[in-house]
Design a protein around this ligand. Structure first.
Ligand SMILES: NC(=O)c1ccc[n+]([C@@H]2O[C@H](COP(=O)([O-])OP(=O)(O)OC[C@H]3O[C@@H](n4cnc5c(N)ncnc54)[C@H](O)[C@@H]3O)[C@@H](O)[C@H]2O)c1
Length: 437
């Protein structure tokens, strides 16, 4: 390691390094907090001034972070938030945690990574470690981020250090959080790897080193593609089981007793969240540029994105059996967040289900204790209470998200029809009709 790397390593070991985190969302905020808890001086950067004000006031807008733990670090002067400004130049390490959505065409939307990198490049100096954490296609770190910093006359691996380290945060998970989830790091050079390990060892219990940024980028895409493909498989199993008059939940539960060579996945109303519906497309896009068609990804994407239509078909059939139509039916959606016990509605299949039902003329309402107001293009509406009267007033209740707060007994007693995509009504003798996925 050269002198520049050795100096940074010393600062990391002595915790005198100043840490920067760009993007204070579900990923960046817990990371910034963990570095502050470890005793570092941390600056979190965001372009959203409301978020900056909240952080600096010690108020958390991330479900898994309590106000008190955030306020403790802010009040101790270890953590503050700011718009991207010249203080970026004072940071010794910078972790980039900005969004990586897809364009409508399902191509990667790199504008957040590019703008964050440009802000950093403007203030780049010798001796900084820059780590990209946003999920992206293999090659991004060295093809998009690195050249923009090198354009400032600095050489990667010598003057500045660069790595990719995928985030594995699982919002709402009571067991695994930033510190106890192993973190993979792929550095551009030996010095980049050593420095990245020295940095992240302060925030996570186990750092796993891989040989390059591209390998680390690929690790994340394998993890999320694995989930997407397996969820696609069980979703198709659900469709096949219905045709065969089998109970897919029973089948999966029994298969899950196999102690080796099997991993349990459950079907559902479609993929949601910022990762699983999106990340595999980053990989397939990259492979298309190399004239290769990523077939598993495409197939799983097709099956998973069809699930909201399938759910609406089940609703239509159930209403039809009761002599009713979707048109003018009052339909209550139970849960609009993309998974249980979180408030995140990004890519939630509930949005598609609501839209599809509305297009067919239904009057749709929703209830979700985590989401009092739903503002997700093209749906904007307020939630209603989850109680006996609301459930009884609906012609059909569609369970999209099985938050723990939902008491199934209310459905058991008062629902006319339940279309249950989460097996919430398992083993219940309901007064009305229950259609399970
Ligand atoms: N949410 C998850 O569960 C999760 C898990 C693993 C990986 N990831 C990945 O991590 C990345 C971040 O995801 P997230 O869920 O934290 O997103 P988020 O939308 O919650 O947060 C991103 C933040 O970045 C800010 N931002 C956007 N452009 C910026 C810029 N140029 N400079 C500074 N701040 C900027 C936004 O205002 C926002 O506050 C994505 O690539 C995502 O795929 C997310």
């Amino acid at each position: 390691m050269n002198q520049t790397a050795q100096e940074l390593l010393k600062k990391l070991e002595q915790k005198t390094a100043r840490i920067g985190v760009v993007g204070l969302g579900y990923v960046g905020m817990p990371l910034a907090l963990e570095f502050a808890k470890a005793g570092f001086h941390v600056i979190g950067y965001d372009v959203d001034s409301r978020r900056i004000a909240e952080v600096n006031a010690g108020r958390s807008y991330i479900g898994d972070i309590k106000d008190a733990e955030l306020a403790e670090q802010v009040n101790a002067g270890r953590l503050r938030a700011s718009l991207p400004d010249d203080s970026i130049g004072t940071c010794d390490t910078i972790s980039i945690c900005v969004p990586t959505p897809l364009r409508k065409s399902k191509d990667p939307d790199m504008r957040y990574i590019v703008s964050a990198t440009d802000e950093i490049a403007k203030r780049a100096r010798k001796g900084q470690l820059i780590v990209l954490e946003s999920t992206t296609y293999p090659g991004t770190t060295t093809e998009v981020v690195m050249p923009r910093i090198e354009a400032k006359g600095l050489k990667a691996g010598e003057d500045f250090f660069i790595a990719f380290s995928p985030e594995r945060v699982d919002p709402g998970n009571p067991t695994f959080h930033t510190r106890n989830t192993p973190k993979v790091v792929g550095g551009y050079s030996d010095a980049c790897r050593i420095l990245s390990k020295a940095l992240y060892s302060h925030a996570v219990d186990r750092v796993v080193i891989v040989s390059s940024p591209a390998a680390a980028e690929m690790v994340k895409l394998l993890e999320n593609t694995f989930r997407s493909v397996n969820i696609g498989l069980v979703n198709e199993m659900a469709i096949m089981c219905r045709k065969l008059d089998c109970d897919v939940w029973e089948v999966i539960e029994a298969a899950s007793t196999k102690p080796f060579g099997y991993m349990t996945f459950w079907p559902g109303p479609g993929l949601g969240g910022h990762c699983i519906p999106i990340d595999p497309h980053y990989l397939s896009w990259k492979l298309k540029t190399l004239n290769y068609n990523a077939r598993f990804i495409e197939m799983a994407g097709e099956i998973n994105s069809h699930m909201p239509d399938y759910v609406v078909e089940l609703v239509g059939d159930a209403l039809n059996d009761a002599g009713k139509s979707v048109k003018n039916a009052r339909i209550l959606i139970l849960g609009v967040a993309y998974k249980k016990n979180v408030d995140d509605c990004r890519e939630s299949p509930a949005i598609d289900v609501i839209e599809l039902l509305r297009k067919r003329g239904a009057t749709v309402s929703y209830t979700d204790p985590f989401v009092p107001h739903l503002h997700h293009e093209p749906v904007t509406m307020d939630g209603v209470a989850y109680d006996a009267a609301t459930v009884a007033a609906a012609d059909c209740v569609v369970v999209v998200t099985d938050h723990s707060a939902f008491d199934p007994e209310i459905l058991t007693r008062h629902a006319k029809i339940v279309v249950d995509t989460r097996n919430m009504m398992k083993g219940r003798k309901a007064a009305g009709r229950v259609v399970r996925l």
